[in-house]
Write a protein that binds this ligand. Structure first.
Ligand code: NDP
Ligand code: MG
Length: 326
């Protein structure tokens, strides 16, 4: 894949255009602030409440979603994925006119058809590959978070140029941008978060922690070994790959990796990952998640509450407060 950098993107494509960022959460705030710092005219569309107040506080022109859609040329939807469909039907579609553009940072709504866009608008994706806090932090350091762009629908013939310009305005082309399809981004993003980054990692940490405390080891030490130190290991991999990490840990730790890793994550784990990928690609996961979201997300909320009681979370809170810089 070609990596796209600053020189391949032209910010002037956005001259005279207004971008409405809908939602002012993790991504909305970070992306809106970066684009504004790059000279783009950004307005915010959000419902009254915490986000509305935060955007006002940050000096943006803030209004209802319907008004923001009317005023903008590019409508960048940074609402929770499960809300894209209902908000699109109620507040966006009635105010959308030919030649405008819909943008997003995750293709879920289009790939799983909770939004079916009219044919006369562009549909693009500008997706930072990192949490909002990271997007903003590296932008302020003068660099950029890497990202993806994609075109779902090109009604004006300018869709890709617009996506690239937005990516540049957010600093992403400084970090490097890959062009992909909506399907690739959506399936890979869901796969990564479910199998490795969130699901996967969290369960691995919990199993490790639980095994030690059930064997009578102190919870504080188990927290350090199985959770706290994960950051140090991942930082080394981020910096220089797995071999770099292996060159820093002891020979004993490296031997343990080769000796025990394959006994813990046996090949059947990979078979289940393949099944997970199939559930994602076939739409089974999306159907299940939307059913949960549409019925009030009760299971999600129960899981959240239950996790708060897990000894790893309880002891983690205590340890982090003891080791905080004073
Ligand atoms: P957040 O949950 O952090 O923010 C959502 C925002 O939408 C909040 O400002 C919230 O306002 C607002 N909102 C929610 N429901 C409504 C509604 N019914 N009407 C109006 N406003 C509403 O979301 P994220 O920033 O995490 O995600 C946004 C998008 O970015 C998603 O598509 C996600 O997949 C994508 N993305 C997220 C990444 C991440 O790391 N978080 C990374 C890359 C992409 P209020 O305060 O009123 O609830
Ligand atoms: Mg992701």
């Amino acid at each position: 894949m070609d990596i796209i950098h600053d020189n391949a993107a032209d910010l002037s494509v956005l001259n005279g255009k207004t971008i409405a960022v809908l939602g002012y959460g993790a991504q909305g705030r970070a992306q809106a602030l970066c684009m504004r710092d790059s000279g783009v005219n950004v307005i915010i569309g959000v419902r009254p409440g915490k986000s509305f107040d935060a955007a006002t506080q940050d000096g943006f022109k803030v209004m209802s979603i319907a008004d923001a859609v009317k005023e903008a040329d590019i409508i960048h939807i940074l609402l929770p994925d499960e809300m894209h469909g209902p908000v699109f039907e109620a507040e966006i579609k009635p105010n959308l006119t030919a030649g405008k553009a819909l943008a997003c940072s995750h293709g879920f709504a289009y790939v799983f058809k909770t939004i079916v866009p009219p044919a006369d608008v562009d549909v693009i994706m500008v997706a930072p590959k990192g949490p909002g806090t990271e997007v903003r932090k590296v932008f302020e350091q003068g660099f950029g978070c890497p990202g993806l762009i994609a075109v779902f629908q090109d009604a004006t013939g300018k869709a890709k140029d617009m996506a690239l310009a937005m990516a540049k305005a957010e600093g992403l082309t400084r970090g490097g941008v890959l062009e992909c399809t909506f399907e690739q981004e959506t399936y890979e993003d869901l796969f990564g978060e479910q199998n490795v980054l969130c699901g996967g990692m969290v369960d691995l940490m919990k199993y490790g922690f639980e095994t030690l405390i059930e064997a009578g080891y102190p919870a504080e030490m188990a927290y350090f070994e199985c959770i706290h130190e994960a950051k140090l290991i991942v930082d080394l991999i981020y910096e220089g790959g797995i071999q770099k990490m292996n060159s820093v840990i002891s020979n004993t730790a490296e031997w343990g990796e080769y000796y025990n890793g394959p006994q813990i994550l046996t090949p059947d784990v990979k078979e289940r990952m393949k099944e997970s990928l199939k559930r994602i690609e076939s739409g089974v996961f999306a159907k299940d998640w939307l059913a949960e979201a549409n019925s009030g997300a009760k299971v999600l909320q129960a899981k959240r509450a239950e996790l708060g009681q897990h000894p790893a979370e309880v002891v983690g809170k205590k340890i982090r407060s003891l080791f905080e810089k004073h």
